[in-house]
Design a protein around this ligand. Structure first.
Ligand SMILES: [Zn+2]
Length: 128
């Protein structure tokens, strides 16, 4: 374990596994440490990190107070785990799609002329 020969150049690479979707990535220890510091000691892949940040920001906006990140991570972890039936990439992509769709519902509806893909129900599952 000679970790300090050339410490200005050290690039310790370790395998990190996403706490949410299980995606494995090789990262520098520094990067892993930074992510863990941000997400309550858990390492998240880029996609899940984005989602958790987004979640935390939403909670903050609603006036949830501090400590939001840990909750947001926990929420995203269980969200991802609930989707465990499909392969990781599909799961996450799917989850992201749902999330984006939910967000776009909050915006004024954009209508494109010609093809209307739904037109039937406004029941897109608002949670609150
Ligand atoms: Zn992930």
């Amino acid at each position: 374990m000679e970790l300090n020969r050339a410490d200005h150049l050290i690039m310790v690479v370790e395998g990190a596994e996403c706490e949410c979707c299980g995606l494995a990535e090789d990262c520098t220890a520094e990067y892993v440490g930074g992510v863990k510091a941000e997400f309550a000691g858990k390492w998240l892949c880029g996609l899940c990190a984005e989602a958790a940040r987004d979640e935390a920001a939403k909670k903050k906006k609603k006036g949830g107070g501090g400590g939001g990140m840990e909750e947001a991570v926990a929420a995203h972890v269980s969200f991802c785990r609930s989707l465990r039936s499909s392969p990781p990439a599909v799961r996450v992509a799917d989850g992201m799609r749902q999330m984006l769709r939910r967000r776009s519902v909050e915006l004024p509806a954009k209508r494109s002329e010609g093809k209307s893909e739904e037109g039937s129900s406004p029941a897109v599952g608002f949670e609150e």
